[in-house]
Design a protein around this ligand. Structure first.
Ligand code: ZN
Length: 116
């Protein structure tokens, strides 16, 4: 993924604008849900992770988060993207259905329109 910071900041701006109030949680705006890529444990449902963005006052300008343990415990500190974020950034479609493993919120559609 070679999306530069400037493009990412414009995409975050587009996501903020497109977001409905229901998609906001404090200053985070949800952009997508991604189905877990690993098989669920017996008796458990497959997990979904929520991807969200927010503008920050830092030099980078934004934060791109995921609710998976890998992002929370590791990637949030290193600034790397987790596999769910990479899947979202590479998602080829304008909208999504349950079969795709990625559900785009309105804000996520607006985000991807800028990144593509
Ligand atoms: Zn993740």
């Amino acid at each position: 993924m070679t999306t530069d910071l400037n493009t990412m900041n414009r995409a975050v701006g587009a996501a903020m604008e497109a977001s409905t109030d229901g998609g906001k949680r404090r200053d985070w705006v949800r952009v997508a849900r991604v189905r877990s890529l690993s098989d669920p444990k017996p008796g458990e449902n497959r997990e979904n992770y929520v991807l969200a963005v927010r503008p920050t006052g830092t030099a980078k300008g934004f934060q791109f988060g995921c609710s998976c343990p890998d992002w929370i415990h590791r990637k949030s500190h290193t600034g790397e993207t987790c596999k769910h974020q990479r899947l979202f950034l590479a998602f080829p479609k304008k909208s999504s259905s349950i079969k795709d493993g990625v559900w785009l919120y309105r804000a996520g559609q607006a985000f991807l329109r800028v990144v593509r």
